[in-house]
Design a protein around this ligand. Structure first.
Ligand code: GMT
Length: 375
């Protein structure tokens, strides 16, 4: 049995989901898990006797212009490392979490091993800023082991951050108990979608990188040939612009803004096709969620997306901004029931074969074992 600390952004987001689900899987394997985060990870919605949660509290002294969250986190990590005798501290994101972990290891009296998982945003966004580049490099190089969620992210990290460190790819996974296709035709009618209409879905945090305008324009083109509705799931900075574009195109009757939702698999169960047309995406966890619910996907030839979607088998890959191709592929598959069925089954099979949680869990366990025996 190992004692493992986990730090992630606990609120909504793929990295938080992966960190939490991994913690749960590890606990189920008999390991003791200590989440060290600013709030209870949102997926931790029941009691697990071997999962502990240590809240990072930030003091708001008037003397600090900005509350020192990172230092409070490092202090809490050091405290938990010592008190709980942690073997491993697995942090998600190099910045700030790996940096905090390194500081905590220096403060603590224990030789805890630091495993850092890169999820993309710190590398692809912060890595461009020279202020943080050195710090991210330091976080990576001082970790005992580093993983990235796609081959592409390894390539990007090596070229942008200029690190020598060995970075292993461990793909994301989904909770198979939660993501599977359910028979929920009543939800479709509750949303006012008729039986003969196809459902196209997009799920994201509505950040600019998700290119919501491309999603809407693609759907507008799909609508020319296919009777369909677009379900937009999520919320974020681009919500208003997207809403305005839908009004401008006059397709408000066919676009449903359903906001943030908890039961994503229910919505995926009524969907026929998922669109992810991002300009940056180190993996695209939503693609796995969709495929596990037997929904083929169209994604851009960006980041890790082509590692998740197999072109012409589980969906289609299009170039960034090529809404005509996206719409043409969507129209092709939505108009052909046999093709849609084949792709749906291929998608499910692909997730089970390549990204099953048992495969990914084994890879993390092997990595933990390696860092514990190496030094
Ligand atoms: O995409 C986001 O805005 C959220 C971010 C996160 O921290 O969850 O997503 C990143 O990590 C996910 C889990 O590994 C990946 O599936 C996403 O592709 C990645 N986002 C980007 O690279 C933009």
């Amino acid at each position: 049995m190992k004692k493992i600390g986990i730090t992630c952004y606990p609120s909504v987001g793929g990295s938080g989901v992966i960190a939490t689900e991994l913690g749960i899987l590890l606990a189920e394997q008999g390991h003791e898990i200590h989440f060290i985060t600013s709030s209870l990870p949102f997926r931790l919605n029941r009691v697990y006797p071997s999962i502990y949660y240590h809240e990072v509290e930030v003091s708001h002294y008037p003397v600090f212009q900005y509350p020192p969250y990172d230092l409070a986190l490092a202090t809490k990590m050091a405290e938990v490392i010592d008190r709980e005798q942690l073997d491993i501290l697995h942090v998600h994101y190099a910045m700030p979490h790996a940096i905090c972990a390194i500081l905590a290891r220096d403060m603590a009296k224990r030789d805890v091993k630091i495993v850092t998982t890169l999820h993309g945003t710190d590398i692809t966004v912060l890595g461009i800023d020279n202020t943080f580049k050195r710090m991210i490099k330091y976080g990576i190089e001082q970790s005992d082991a580093v993983t990235a969620v796609s081959e592409d992210l390894v390539r990007q990290t090596k070229s942008m951050i200029d690190v020598e460190k060995d970075i292993s790819v461990i793909y994301n996974f989904i909770n198979e108990q939660e993501y599977f296709k359910k028979n929920l035709t009543q939800i479709k009618s509750q949303y006012g979608i008729s039986d003969d209409e196809k459902v196209v879905i997009h799920i994201s945090n509505f950040r600019k990188v998700k290119r919501l305008e491309d999603i809407v324009h693609t759907f507008h083109l799909i609508k020319e040939n296919v009777k369909a509705k677009l379900l937009l799931v999520g919320d974020g900075p681009e919500y208003s612009n997207t809403f305005n574009l839908v009004q401008k195109l006059g397709i408000q009757q066919d676009v449903l803004f359903v906001g943030k939702q908890k039961n994503i698999s229910d919505l995926l169960s009524i969907a026929d096709l998922n669109l992810l047309l991002s300009e940056k995406e180190s993996f695209g966890l939503v693609l796995l969620e969709a495929m596990a619910c037997e929904v083929p996907c169209i994604g851009t030839n960006v980041g890790g997306i082509p590692e998740v979607i197999t072109h012409n088998e589980t969906g289609y890959i299009v170039e960034l901004g090529d809404i005509e191709s996206a719409a043409a592929h969507a129209t092709e598959i939505l108009q052909n029931e046999d093709l849609l069925y084949t792709f749906s089954k291929n998608a499910l099979h692909h997730v089970q074969e390549k990204f099953h949680s048992s495969i990914i869990l084994r890879q993390y366990l092997d990595l933990y074992q390696k860092v514990l025996t190496e030094n």
